[in-house]
Design a protein around this ligand. Sequence first.
Ligand code: ADP
Ligand code: ADP
Length: 227
Amino acid sequence: DQALHVEDLTVSYGATPALWDIDLDIPPGVMCAIVGPNGAGKSTLLKAALGLVRPVAGHVRFLGRPVAQMRGQIGYVPQRHSVDWDFPTTVRDVVEMGLYRHIGWLRRPGKAAHARAMAALAEMGMQDYADRQISQLSGGQQQRVFIARALVQDAPILVLDEPMAGVDASTEAVIIALLKRLRDEGRTIIVVHHDLTTVQSYFDWLVMLNIRIIAQGPVNDVYTAQN
Ligand code: ADP
Ligand code: ADP
């Protein structure tokens, strides 16, 4: 089965379609970039695939199954946006939220959950911030915490919406190295990425999107066909 299989997907927020008749296959075990201009529907594609946006038409499968049967098996890092944390929330709390599908909302996280959260934070070099308030971190630091929240589930599929946006060069290098290692472990990594010029160096699968699919396939094949 494909890691992600999308058929005849059309999404519209109003009169004009944000995505038009998308057919897409992403094989398991690749690091895939979804690239396109602003407003191309990249975030919408991720949200529709994850069942967070209702399509007009279409059909989505992850590893052959509907997303509703993939509980805890897809780690998702939404596009960065300013969140108002209107009650005290530590960095560790945020990461443990990623485990709610495993432990349930109503149970307090135990020692095992704490240990998993700390390990995920350490992956992102954020272990020393565990007891800080999330609201006190910089945008780039918050982004690392959200990636840790997606990692803590140990999911076979990771979906990240512009994870490199607004982070400094050294954090970008940490994120890329981490994503490569997760891919090498056999996971499928799907990343919305703004910069077509850098994808060739570390992605192995490329989807070019602009409301419709422009091209998709192994990154070098798509590159050769486009140039
Ligand atoms: P991208 O991620 O490629 O920049 P988006 O998926 O965010 O594109 O948006 C695709 C189009 O849908 C844009 O024209 C955007 O303005 C519109 N759009 C996105 N989200 C909403 C929404 N919640 N309500 C109405 N229009 C939206
Ligand atoms: P927004 O409306 O701000 O764009 P989304 O609708 O994309 O946010 O997501 C709502 C929340 O649900 C986010 O905090 C996101 O992290 C969480 N979420 C959605 N799907 C998943 C998933 N598969 N795994 C983990 N968290 C998820």
